[in-house]
Design a protein around this ligand. Structure first.
Ligand code: SF4
Ligand code: SF4
Length: 359
């Protein structure tokens, strides 16, 4: 019975998609057995990708509403389902592994023996998945880099979805969580630490309320959010999220641990996969040739030039602006990148764009 449930759950996780969908490989089963009891897996199978009240899930399962509601509540605290209070009724949804269940396991930043065991199992599953299904550039970019907010040339159009501060200004509540990629690495090996801020994953609006309610993250003010943004930019981290205009979360990513950046780094043209819509331009008059920007670039898009000014490989440039924030001479600014695709508005439009392929 439990084996059948986990096999059915594997099919459901395939349909939920995301970066690491369900895959019938040996590493799947020890991982899901650690995450879900057979009863919890059965509840998750009955959940939709969208939101449903517990009573609908119970009807689908042929079980009592109270019993299923209690299980969903416990699962939400474990990060095994998502929930939202819509008009006084709690609705529940079944997320993919990524973004979703994997991240929720490490966003509290705890270091229990169970956390360490899960980190190893998740790491093993992701590694085996990449061997079974080698990553290749998707038909439509699943993720997007949001450039730093400053030094865009004055004659360039900047849309709200291009600006990190826009998400901080227009959302309430805001929350911050521990970076799951870096925390997972540290749970496996304490020395695997790139010494950048740990508490750096930002959540907005309904998603923020979920992590606050379920004690996965903590509520922050707009001022704290802007300070976190400044600290992550100083540390050379890249702002990235799902490729849509209405962002629920924003990661602040390092090139050494972030699964999005590491995957993109391996592509020949990461600049086509994650482009922010901007590209850096240099003012040769101010550049001293110190090469700080070359070292800071997370995509190895810069090389030393014969003159002082570094040479940009646009195929590798994701327009993050990390070169710009480290330049002591303020010799770099940003301009619009021609031909950049306008991000889909929301989840539904994003899924449709991925189904339709690159436009
Ligand atoms: S960091 Fe600034 S000054 Fe140094 S090489 Fe890059 S552009 Fe020139
Ligand atoms: S050159 Fe490198 S650091 Fe600068 S915007 Fe492009 S990818 Fe980012």
């Amino acid at each position: 019975m439990s084996t059948e449930i986990y096999q059915e759950f594997c099919d459901i996780m395939k349909k939920r998609g995301g970066m690491y969908p369900g895959a019938d490989i040996p590493e799947f089963y020890p991982l899901v057995k650690e995450l879900f009891t057979p009863e919890e897996a059965a509840v998750s199978i009955a959940l939709d990708l969208g939101f449903s009240p517990a009573s609908d899930v119970a009807t689908k399962m042929g079980k009592g509403a109270k019993e299923v509601e209690d299980m969903l509540e416990a699962m939400a605290y474990k990060g095994l389902c998502i929930s939202a209070d819509l008009g006084g009724t709690i609705y529940y949804g079944g997320p993919p592994f990524v973004p979703g269940i994997f991240e929720f396991q490490f966003m509290r930043g705890t270091k229990t023996e169970k956390d360490k065991k899960l980190a190893k199992l998740i790491h093993a599953y992701k590694a085996a998945y990449r061997v079974a299904y080698p990553p290749k550039p998707p038909s439509f970019p699943q993720a997007r880099v949001i450039t730093i907010d400053k030094a865009v040339k004055a004659d360039n159009m900047v849309y709200p979805y291009n600006q990190v501060a826009h998400y901080i200004e227009t959302n309430d509540p805001l929350a911050v969580c521990t970076c799951f990629c870096r925390h997972e690495a540290k749970l496996i090996d304490e020395k695997d630490d790139c010494k950048v801020p740990d508490e750096s994953c930002m959540m907005f609006g309904t998603a923020a309320q979920f992590v606050i309610d379920r004690k996965i993250g903590r509520k922050i003010t707009k001022e704290e959010a802007l300070k976190i943004l400044k600290d992550t930019e100083d540390a050379g981290l890249v702002h990235a999220g799902i490729n849509k205009q209405k962002l629920d979360f924003l990661c602040n990513c390092c090139r050494c641990h972030c699964m999005i950046l590491k995957t993109a780094l391996a592509y020949p043209k990461p600049g086509e996969e994650l482009a922010s819509g901007f590209q850096p331009v240099w003012d040769a008059e101010f550049c001293s040739g110190c090469e700080t920007c070359v070292d800071r670039c997370p995509m190895t898009a810069l090389t030393s030039g014969e003159e002082n000014v570094p040479v940009l490989n646009l195929d590798r440039c994701i327009g993050c602006g990390v070169c710009l924030t480290g330049c002591p001479m303020e010799a770099i600014s940003l301009e619009m990148r021609p031909g950049t695709i306008v991000p889909p508005v929301d989840d539904a439009a994003s899924r449709e764009a991925m189904r339709a392929g690159r436009v």
